[in-house]
Design a protein around this ligand. Structure first.
Ligand SMILES: C[S@@+](CC[C@H](N)C(=O)[O-])C[C@H]1O[C@@H](n2cnc3c(N)ncnc32)[C@H](O)[C@@H]1O
Length: 224
């Protein structure tokens, strides 16, 4: 796919994303089945500025991590922020030359933006080792009650088209590619900031709580 500078064409949307997503990154890390990943290699698909892998490494250190994204300016930021962590950030075409490289893959709020879910599932299958696991979290799909207003909002600043998937479309693509599919709700720990300017995403304060019924983590495990 064509590279872009940043995913959002409004800098503020790009910048606030880390703060808004961090509670869900921590939830994914807390809720994943694997406790000790010290010897594992990890992929973050759609890594943006790299915050998920840095958070994962601080909580559960791993051997090596790769973040891929279409947004090259965001990758540069990720590169600058990685410090001494064993992390690499690249555009997704690097995956074309990789096979059975990763024990674990993750994506947070990325699968709903992908134009071809079957192709994505095949790619993840190709780069995962046998028995490898892909955790993909999102709340953006047609069954989520706030999705119609979110879709319009996201389309107003996204530099990639925004499809309109059902939650079943995600599962179907991964079944078709030879994965077992499991699911749970992605619940942030503790209090979550009801941020100023929330109205365009969460018109009522109670919408924050309702959203947690729909924010889900898929666990796609690669079968032999
Ligand atoms: C909503 S942001 C989420 C970013 C990050 N995962 C997080 O949790 O903050 C979606 C990201 O997916 C990236 N993205 C969109 N389409 C992509 C594609 N086809 N391949 C790789 N990355 C893509 C965007 O550039 C953007 O950084």
């Amino acid at each position: 796919m064509t590279q872009i500078d940043t995913w959002a064409n409004i800098q503020n949307e790009e910048d606030v994303m880390n703060d808004h997503h961090a509670p869900f990154w921590r939830a994914m890390i807390r809720q994943m089945d694997e406790k000790d990943i010290q010897n594992r290699t990890v992929l973050d698909f759609g890594c943006n500025q790299g915050g998920f892998l840095r958070t994962l490494f601080r909580i559960k250190p791993f051997k090596k991590g790769l973040g891929v994204d279409l947004a090259v300016k965001s990758l540069n930021t990720a590169q600058k922020l990685k410090g001494n962590m064993p992390l690499q950030y690249e555009t997704p075409d690097i995956l074309d030359n990789m096979a059975a490289e990763f024990d674990l893959a993750f994506s947070h709020d990325v699968i709903y933006l992908l134009p071809d879910l079957d192709e994505h599932a095949r790619k993840i299958r190709h780069v995962l080792k046998t028995g490898g696991v892909y955790y993909a979290a999102t709340g953006c799909y047609s069954e989520m009650p706030l999705w119609p207003i979110w879709k319009k909002e996201v389309e107003s600043y996204s530099n990639v088209p925004v499809p309109d998937y059902s939650i079943n479309d995600f599962a179907n693509a991964f079944w078709k590619a030879g994965f077992d599919v499991a699911i749970q709700k992605c619940i942030p720990e503790g209090f979550v900031n009801c941020w100023q300017g929330r109205q365009k995403y969460f018109p009522q304060v109670t919408d924050f709580l309702k959203y947690y019924d729909y924010k889900i983590i898929f666990r796609f495990s690669k079968q032999g």
